[in-house]
Write a protein that binds this ligand. Structure first.
Ligand code: ASP
Ligand code: MG
Length: 417
């Protein structure tokens, strides 16, 4: 059995749906499970609905309108008037309105978020299912919330692997062409949960693991896994093969290759992962598997922009030792600051951090009361895997390098422009 994952960009409009249909037609389409994300940027649009619902109900109707119009345009183009999809579409929207109007639970943000954004995937899979069938490709539509069983940590649900394995092996007919929603799960109380943004890759990994699939393909709008983000680096090259370990390393340093949680379930059952282009399916793309770490062996570049570099030393000229460092980490953890680089010397301790939750100022105030603190804002953290001299010169030429850290395969450079 094979697992195909189609992300939002692949089904962003009617042509996208037609293109995905062509890909499925051209591959042998039975013994397959399709994992599909919400269309285009619809999850962001649903986030606006959640926001309006929780904080500003006057914006609710217009936020919903945007979603309705987007999907309406697509189905108007794909189906003729009397097709059942129009009824199904109205039905799903009505279900969502029922939640919005009658939810008795308090408007708890994370809970509401999952009950609302799930409609992105429910709509996309419903539309694709009916379109494939219209094109003569029979598919079995499944509600993934009855298959991927999770705890109730809304927006970041943890998979219960035992229950999930049982549900999937019981309900999925591996001889057919199945279609499921990415990103979603269900808890034991019947609530919808989600696995974290961009979680559909992970869904593909979960199904591959539970079905002992012989391969997973993630269809993307790039040629495969590249040695840098093409939106940031001008000359990127394709990586033809990479190992599971290398992929995890790259994801760890911040490359948006595939969702980081996807790899481990595949690695544990030695299931190869292909990353291919839905724009040009004739290309072979990248294969992630056990074995050769990276082919061709070229430097890979990862950047995290707009970081804060903080250097901390004691006020009394004593060394930065275990208890100071553990205190600093406690504060970092308390203020939800993600640490992307650590450097320690006898008298100072530096960290490069991401201020994702805007809690830096509070952290700084508290830190300042115990230590001497130097802060450089607006720096970029470049990571080069498999660095060579040319790659380092290239990155250093972008600005002033204010900190460098090297280990065997990885160099990290903090650059101030
Ligand atoms: N639709 C979800 C998101 O945009 C899940 C995914 O695309 O993987 O985060
Ligand atoms: Mg998406």
């Amino acid at each position: 059995m094979k697992i195909y994952k189609f992300g939002g960009a692949s089904v962003k409009d009617a042509d996208g749906v037609r293109n995905v249909t062509e890909i499925i037609k051209s591959q042998r389409s039975d013994h397959c499970l399709l994992v599909v994300s919400a269309m285009g940027k619809m999850t962001n649009a649903f986030e606006e609905v959640v926001h309006a619902y929780c904080f500003n109900t006057s914006k609710l109707t217009s936020a919903m309108d945007k979603i309705v119009k987007y999907h309406q345009t697509i189905i108007d183009e794909l189906f003729t008037e009397e097709h059942i999809i129009f009824k199904k579409f109205d039905g799903l929207l009505q279900d969502l309105w029922v939640f919005l109007n009658h939810n008795k639970e308090e408007k708890m943000y994370d809970f509401s978020y999952d009950q609302i954004v799930c409609y992105g995937e429910l709509l996309s899979t419903t539309i694709l299912h009916y379109y494939l069938n219209l094109q003569g490709i029979n598919t079995v539509w499944n509600d993934v919330r009855t298959l991927v069983k999770t705890d109730s940590s809304f927006r970041d649900a943890k998979v219960n692997w035992e229950q999930t394995e049982v549900a999937i092996s019981k309900k999925i007919n591996s001889e057919r062409l199945n279609i499921v929603q990415g990103f979603l799960g269900g808890d034991t109380k019947g609530n919808t949960t989600t696995l974290g943004r961009e979680g559909s890759d992970y869904t593909a990994g979960i199904f591959a693991y539970c079905l002992n699939a012989n391969q997973v393909t993630i269809w993307k709008d790039v040629r495969g896994v590249l040695n840098g983000d093409p939106k940031v680096f001008s000359k990127t090259q394709l990586l033809e093969q990479i190992s599971y370990e290398e992929t995890i390393e790259m994801a760890f340093y911040g490359a948006s290759v595939v969702h980081p949680k996807t790899i481990q379930p595949l690695q544990s059952k030695n299931i190869p992962l292909f990353v291919r282009s839905f724009l040009d399916p004739s290309l072979t793309g990248t294969e992630v598997h056990r074995g050769v770490s990276i082919q061709p062996k070229i430097p890979c570049f990862i950047v995290k922009k707009n970081q804060i570099l903080v250097s901390i030393s004691t006020r009394d000229f004593s060394f930065m030792v275990e208890d100071n460092i553990s205190h600093v980490f406690q504060l970092l953890h308390q203020y939800l600051l993600a640490v992307n680089l650590i450097q320690n010397s006898a008298i100072s301790f530096s960290v490069c951090i991401d201020n994702k939750f805007n809690q830096f100022e509070a952290f700084y105030e508290e830190l300042k009361s115990s230590y001497k603190v130097e802060v450089t804002k607006g720096v970029d953290l470049y990571t080069i895997r498999h660095f060579d001299r040319a790659a380092v010169t290239n990155i250093r030429s972008l600005g002033t390098s204010i900190l460098t850290q090297v280990n065997k395969e990885t160099m990290q450079i903090v650059i101030k422009i």
